[in-house]
Design a protein around this ligand. Structure first.
Ligand SMILES: [Zn+2]
Ligand SMILES: [Zn+2]
Length: 93
């Protein structure tokens, strides 16, 4: 992992964008370089992501939160469709 990062042509003394300590890698969402203190590891299915604390605060700590959000929206759409269908059935009688 660390060998991959240095082979990436990255700056050897890259600094954390949040606190200025030496960075360990980029945030999975905004690509900002962060140190170990300023990122949170997140399970995202097969992979583990590191998100900077800014992105954690903005978008929730995990990809699961995004899924919950999507599922919530789908539920609302399905309920609305069911309501329309029910109204049509009632009107037909
Ligand atoms: Zn930091
Ligand atoms: Zn970020």
């Amino acid at each position: 992992m660390s060998s991959l990062m240095s082979a990436d042509g990255g700056v050897p003394d890259a600094r954390c964008t949040l606190c200025g300590k030496s960075a360990v890698g980029p945030c999975a969402r905004c690509r900002a370089l962060v140190c170990a203190d300023c990122c949170e590891l997140t399970e995202g299915g097969v992979k583990t992501f590191a998100l900077c604390t800014t992105c954690v605060e903005r978008g929730g700590a995990s990809m699961k939160a995004a899924w919950r959000d999507l599922l919530g929206r789908l539920t609302v759409i399905i309920l609305a469709l069911l309501a329309v269908a029910a109204a049509l059935v009632l009107l037909r009688k």
